[in-house]
Design a protein around this ligand. Structure first.
Ligand code: SF4
Length: 306
């Protein structure tokens, strides 16, 4: 999915030296009819494995504990350079680096969630159980018009396999709402898919035409209708998020402490729940927390182990 282009590693994006982004890939060759990225950023290019490993080590040396691997289409990793192992092979190379750290994958296209990725996520405690997987639409007709390379049933099957093989995984879905051909029935199919899928986070974007793309030439639906559909997806997403968090109340979760606010601590669990701790805690420590409550006012947790 679209992703802000970033420089190389070593930039403290979060300000507190706890989490850093590491770019592993840029560009995209996919033909999505609404997306301008392939024409402005060019085809997929992978950062060589050795460079990624060196950047990763430099971030660890600089004190970062969590490294988020980013790319425009990270699942294409290695295809241009002939690195056979692909993204899973790269992650294995990083996991061979000694130290206490956590690696997080950012966003993967549905077809990129391979058995190899699922196995690593299940087996490796240092690989966060969290993945963003763009859905865009739950309607096959819309997916076809978007020129996405999967059907809704395939997406669902990928999510089912991931949730089954990686217990507790936090799965996010990006949804592009109000595509020009999206009928109310298409939109209802999207809502229904989100509703029944093991999704913890929903990121809804309202479609807007990008000049020069195939979709920009299609007559669209009214803007206020698209905005209203987006609102409905967000309401559903918030409910899914709370329901996901509620599953973990009373259960231990691995977390990294972040920079505290003046009166309380903050931590990010491996499955991407932002939790509040009763007292400020020093940042950048791996801890075990127990979630005490999960409501729309936030997720309260206690430190059970430093
Ligand atoms: S996969 Fe599709 S939406 Fe994502 S960057 Fe490539 S063309 Fe754009």
């Amino acid at each position: 999915g679209p992703e802000e282009g970033r420089g190389h590693a070593c930039v403290p994006h979060f300000g507190d030296r706890t989490r850093a982004f590491l770019k592993i890939q840029e560009g995209c060759n996919f033909p999505c009819s609404y997306c301008i990225i392939p024409s402005v950023r060019g085809p997929s290019r992978s950062v060589p494995v050795e460079v990624v490993v060196e950047d990763f080590k430099a971030l660890l040396d600089a004190g970062y504990r969590e490294v988020v691997l980013t790319g425009v289409n990270s699942g294409e990793y290695g295809k241009d350079t002939g690195f056979r192992g692909g993204l899973a092979g790269l992650v294995e190379r990083l996991l061979a680096v000694p130290g206490r750290y956590r690696i997080r994958l950012n966003s993967l296209e549905p077809r990129a969630v391979t058995p190899g990725i699922r196995t690593l996520m299940r087996r490796e405690a240092a690989l966060a159980k969290h993945l963003q997987i763009p859905l865009q639409s739950g309607s096959d007709a819309v997916l076809r018009a978007m020129r996405r390379n999967y059907r809704a049933a395939f997406y669902e099957e990928q999510l089912r396999a991931l949730a089954e093989e990686v217990p507790g995984v936090g799965i996010g879905a990006d949804v592009l709402v109000g595509f020009p051909t999206e009928s109310t029935a298409d939109f209802d199919a999207t809502l229904a898919l989100l509703e029944r899928s093991p999704i913890a986070f929903v990121h809804a974007f309202t479609y807007s035409p990008r000049p020069g793309t195939a979709a920009a030439a299609m007559p669209g639906i009214p803007q206020r209708e698209a905005a209203e559909r987006t609102r409905r997806v967000r309401v559903l997403g918030e409910r899914k998020h709370l329901a996901f968090a509620a599953r973990f109340v009373g259960r231990p979760l691995s977390a990294l402490t972040l920079a505290p606010s003046p009166d309380r601590g903050r931590a990010l669990t491996e499955n991407f729940l932002h939790v509040a701790l009763p007292r400020p805690e020093g940042p950048n420590r791996f801890v075990t927390v127990t979630l005490r409550s999960a409501g729309s006012e936030g997720f309260a947790a206690e430190l059970v182990e430093a």
